[in-house]
Design a protein. Structure first.
Length: 285
């Protein structure tokens, strides 16, 4: 199957950078005020009555909430578990999705249509409808109360949406590029790794950030599969802090800050890739 020749970018040059900058600024305007209130609340002294109005600068400023969050919620252990799941699941998801998307872009058109249709049908299936059969499978395999069920979806690319996104990205590459790879006698794997994948780095950055955020904030799967407190991930640890009384709410906010910072850093790194990516067809920054 010949890839579709890429046309001119809909947002070329400076216009594309301006719109991307405006989009990032809009996101910051929406999310920065709640983040400021979250951080300021985390530095409030635990045990005091809640303030009737939000305070950007609490009085007095205290870091006791962070100390108690680590001690009461086990955030250190939970953070290590979340990092372990993310370090394995995120690269594996991107790797599998990119391989599947590349293969889908290079097979015969009839096969592509059938697979894309099946993928769209899979996207319409509610995730909750899969909870019972997935739980039954993992329990039969003896994998409940482990971190394996949290990583296993990465073996399927996590979501059919990721495969479709990569398929559209690889399909947009010029057909002559693939023909040149055939002339150079490059295998499909080498074509994917050395030629196609570097040209869709913005797509990879976006899906990596999205996968990390979804994996890092995943609450439902750990709640279903993990029972040992030593295997709790950050969302489960935060749940244990959420039951504290209102005077200790800064402890919960401190835990929320700890859980938010990694996702925020990944978002910032992804935005740098988008904002500094020019329209060079070779995808060089």
């Amino acid at each position: 199957m010949r890839g579709r020749a890429s046309g001119p970018s809909p947002l070329p040059g400076a216009a594309g950078r301006i719109w991307r900058t405006l989009g990032a600024a809009f996101v910051l305007l929406v999310f920065v005020p709640p983040l400021l209130l979250l951080v300021s609340g985390s530095f409030t002294e635990p045990g005091l009555p809640p303030s009737p109005t939000p305070q950007l600068v609490p009085d007095p400023v205290s870091t006791t909430g962070y100390t108690e969050a680590v001690e009461l919620g086990g955030l250190l252990r939970a953070s290590l578990n979340s990092v372990l799941v993310a370090v394995v699941a995120v690269p594996l998801s991107v790797l599998v999705a990119s391989l599947a998307g590349f293969a889908l872009a290079r097979v015969a058109p009839r096969t592509t249509v059938a697979v894309v249709a099946a993928t769209l049908v899979a996207l319409m299936v509610p995730a909750t409808a899969l909870l019972v059969p997935r739980f039954a499978i993992f329990r039969a395999l003896g994998l409940t109360d482990t971190l394996v069920p949290l990583i296993a979806p990465a073996l399927l690319g996590t979501s059919p949406l990721y495969v479709l996104v990569y398929y559209l990205a690889f399909r947009a590459l010029p057909a002559d590029l693939y023909d040149a790879c055939l002339v150079e006698d490059l295998s499909p794997m080498r074509t994917w790794w050395r030629v196609a994948l570097p040209l869709v780095r913005p797509v990879t950055a976006a899906l990596t950030a999205l996968t990390f955020v979804l994996t890092w904030s995943n609450f439902l799967d750990p709640l279903i599969y993990v029972y040992d407190r030593d295997l709790f991930t950050l969302p489960l640890a935060l749940r244990s802090l959420s039951v504290l009384d209102p005077t200790n709410f800064p402890v919960f906010l401190a835990g929320a800050v700890v859980a938010t910072v990694p996702a925020l850093l990944v978002f910032v790194l992804a935005q740098r890739r988008f904002l500094h990516h020019d329209d060079d067809p070779r995808g060089r920054p």
